[in-house]
Design a protein around this ligand. Structure first.
Ligand SMILES: C[S@@+](CC[C@H](N)C(=O)[O-])C[C@H]1O[C@@H](n2cnc3c(N)ncnc32)[C@H](O)[C@@H]1O
Length: 257
């Protein structure tokens, strides 16, 4: 009886030891995250440390080192971390002047155009483009729009296309009226618009990105703001690779440079 009791105590000590928290050196984890996603949190070390410690604790990791070893081997855990850390703020008709410029270009084009939104976040930007093109009476067979984002959760939301009024505050009332069904506090985008955009979870820095084909127009707005200077250059050279030809254009957000 005494022996069993002693053994149990030893086990308890081991469990307790594993639970001793040591969330101190976050830099290696941040460096790995940056190498995979491009996103640089090094200047927000303190805030991110607390956020990451909570994330790890909730998943049974009590130090950054063991968590890092696990995300290197577990792509689902890495995806959860990406979904947790990325900032996905967006809304319909954001920086509308660029969308209007695109509409003119598509109007003047004699061939079908391919448009990429990277990052699409929860879909407001690519759907804004679809709405603006249809509002300008451009035939639906004249364009193809693809939205991609590294965050799988926002891509799920983009596919369902159900929004709160906060996302629609820039839309003129008649656009809200024509293209959405209001159900309580939610706005459901009509199927007729949803079908003009396809969405995929893709990381700009993964090989998969290059298999999307080439594009006439690329919207790359409000992603570079999370990258350092070196990563911005790398990102821009990857975007260059998927331009269809010398007429192709990339639209950046005003804060991206
Ligand atoms: C602030 S949102 C911008 C959304 C939209 N383009 C806009 O301007 O409203 C930034 C998005 O960039 C995505 N992102 C960050 N790094 C990425 C990467 N390496 N590849 C693809 N998407 C990325 C994030 O998941 C996030 O949804």
């Amino acid at each position: 009886m005494f022996r069993i009791f002693k053994k149990r105590k030893e086990v308890d000590v081991v469990v307790q030891k594993q639970r001793v928290e040591n969330f101190i050196d976050v830099m290696k984890l941040l460096a790995y995250f940056k190498s995979e996603t491009g996103i640089d949190f090094s200047k927000k070390e303190k805030i991110i440390n607390t956020k990451l410690a909570n994330f790890c604790r909730n998943r049974g990791f009590y130090n950054f080192e063991s968590f890092l070893n696990n995300i290197k081997a577990d792509k689902f855990l890495m995806q959860e971390l990406i979904d947790y850390l990325t900032v996905n703020e967006t809304y319909f008709y954001r920086e509308l002047h660029q969308i209007e410029a695109l509409v003119q270009k598509v109007k003047n084009s004699h061939t079908k155009v391919r448009i990429l939104c990277i990052p699409s976040s929860s879909g407001e930007e690519p759907y804004s483009i679809a709405i603006a093109l249809l509002e300008a009476n451009i035939m639906k067979d004249k364009f193809e729009i693809i939205g991609i984002d590294i965050n799988s959760e926002v891509i799920g939301r983009a596919k369902s296309a159900i929004y709160k009024s906060r996302s629609l505050y820039k839309l003129p009332p008649h656009v809200k009226e024509i293209y959405f069904n209001q159900k309580g506090e939610f706005y459901h985008l009509l199927e007729g618009i949803k079908k003009h955009v396809t969405f995929r979870v893709v990381n700009l820095f993964d090989d998969q990105f290059l298999s999307l084909g080439s594009f006439d127009y690329i919207f790359c707005r409000n992603m570079m703001i999370y990258f350092d200077e070196q990563t911005k250059l790398k990102a821009k050279s990857r975007l260059e690779l998927i331009k269809k030809d010398s007429q192709s254009k990339i639209y950046f957000g005003h804060a991206d440079n």
